[in-house]
Design a protein around this ligand. Structure first.
Ligand code: 0PR
Length: 400
């Protein structure tokens, strides 16, 4: 009903402007239709409430356009500093890249560079080797770039089965993708082993750390030493790392980092009439607000601040895992490595359970492989939300 009412008002708006107050009343109605992260009910999202300090910076730089960065030298300087900080976080002394709209665009930039490099030496159809756990953005990218995806099976731990990798490499292999924090299960591929194979075969390796990039570097030392996911592995060519996931920056904030300047330069296009003579991004006009928010958050929280955010989230993930484990009917797919927990339920259809919980006001997602309910524990989720959720889950299992 509200929707129809608003549509009707829009029609009148086209002829004649409306009072500010009336417009904002309608905005409130739209806002009420949205879910809020602060309700704690969104348990299937990798995004979260943007941090208020980052948001302040975002608003301050809302008018900036890094597509014509000569007008916004301060914002451009911030972007260079952010890329340099993210590079150092990922064990790269000199990094080249950009703050972009998200993981999809970052992955697209990396794959475009890999394709250009491939085309310098081949005129055959390029192949991209990637694990079955790769994010669906790679499906879009393969389709857009006319690249043939070659999927690697997952091992019994749901990570890329590295033993298959070498056998899939052909002279048409354009690149390999590995994942640090898979979308469905939050698992980390054996990047160091994959890097060795990529390096010895001289193949471009892109690590999609859209999620894990803002988690793994901040794990406590014992866990941190367990993972070599980044440019510390000599075969890693580029990485995606998204501030708008665990970095707490507002959407849209993604990050792409290249090891070599000449790789980023492959994207370079001359821009004759702008304040700068070239762009190395896919999009033209692009906000500097995401850069400002990310710069601010990196400076405001520092490593210790992010360590605390990550530690709190992982503690709550463990708490949730332990609570779920107490119910004999629930089968946890794997021990969480990061902040994602997936589970199936004995003799029950997870879609039916998910629908019941949706009616109770929870927003959950379903993993495809294996078919399971998937919880993403982000900073907007608190212990009291988990306790309520587990009660509702147990109730819906009893009523099944
Ligand atoms: N790479 C990985 C590993 C991802 O998990 C994602 C998105 C991407 C790349 C693409 O990132 P962008 O969506 O920023 O382009 N992962 C989330 C997902 O598909 C995105 C998301 C976020 C979905 C919030 C829902 C949501 O409410 O699950």
């Amino acid at each position: 009903m509200i929707f129809l009412q608003i549509r009707w008002d829009y029609n009148t708006m086209l002829k004649k402007g409306r009072r500010r107050e009336d417009v904002f009343n309608d905005l409130q109605k739209f806002k009420k239709m949205d879910m809020s992260y602060s309700s704690g009910r969104i348990l299937g999202s990798m995004c979260t409430d943007p941090d208020s300090v980052g948001l302040e910076a975002y608003k301050m730089f809302i008018d900036t356009n890094l597509g014509d960065s000569g007008h916004f030298k301060g914002t451009a300087t911030m972007e260079a500093e952010v890329i340099s900080s993210l590079g150092r976080l990922l064990h790269l002394d000199k990094a080249y890249g950009h703050i972009v709209t998200g993981g999809t665009e970052a992955n697209l930039m990396a794959m475009t560079v890999a394709k250009y490099l491939f085309e310098e030496q081949h005129d055959t159809m390029p192949e991209l080797i990637l694990p079955k756990s790769a994010h669906f953005s790679f499906k879009k990218i393969c389709s857009m770039l006319s690249v043939k995806p070659v999927y690697v099976d997952l091992d019994c731990d749901y990570r890329m089965d590295v033993s298959q990798l070498e056998g899939l490499i052909t002279e048409n292999t354009m690149a390999i993708v590995a994942i640090a924090g898979s979308t469905e299960l939050g698992l980390v591929d054996k990047i160091d082993e994959i890097s060795e194979i990529a390096f010895s075969n001289d193949i471009y390796l892109h690590v999609d750390a859209a999620l894990g990039g803002f988690i793994i570097p901040f794990l406590n030392n014992e866990n941190n030493n367990k993972y070599n996911i980044d440019f510390g592995c000599k075969g890693v060519t580029s990485m995606t790392i998204d501030p708008h996931k665990m970095g707490l920056a507002p959407v849209p904030s993604g990050g792409i980092i290249f090891r070599h300047r000449h790789h980023l330069e492959k994207l370079s296009v001359k821009t004759p009439y702008l304040t700068k003579d070239k762009q190395t991004t896919i999009v033209g006009t692009r906000t500097g607000a995401s850069t400002a928010a990310t710069w601010t958050l990196l400076n405001y929280y520092g490593i210790e601040g992010y360590q605390k955010i990550v530690n709190d989230v992982l503690k709550l993930t463990k708490y949730t895992y332990n609570k779920l484990q107490k119910n004999q009917q629930i089968k946890l797919v794997c021990k969480p490595e990061l902040n994602i927990i997936s589970f199936t339920i004995d003799d029950m259809d997870v879609d039916i359970i998910k629908n019941k919980l949706t009616k109770m006001g929870w927003s959950l997602s379903i993993a495809e492989y294996p078919h399971a309910i998937r919880l993403v524990i982000m900073p907007h989720v608190k212990k009291e939300h988990i306790d309520l959720f587990i009660n509702d889950l147990n109730q819906s299992l009893q009523e099944y």
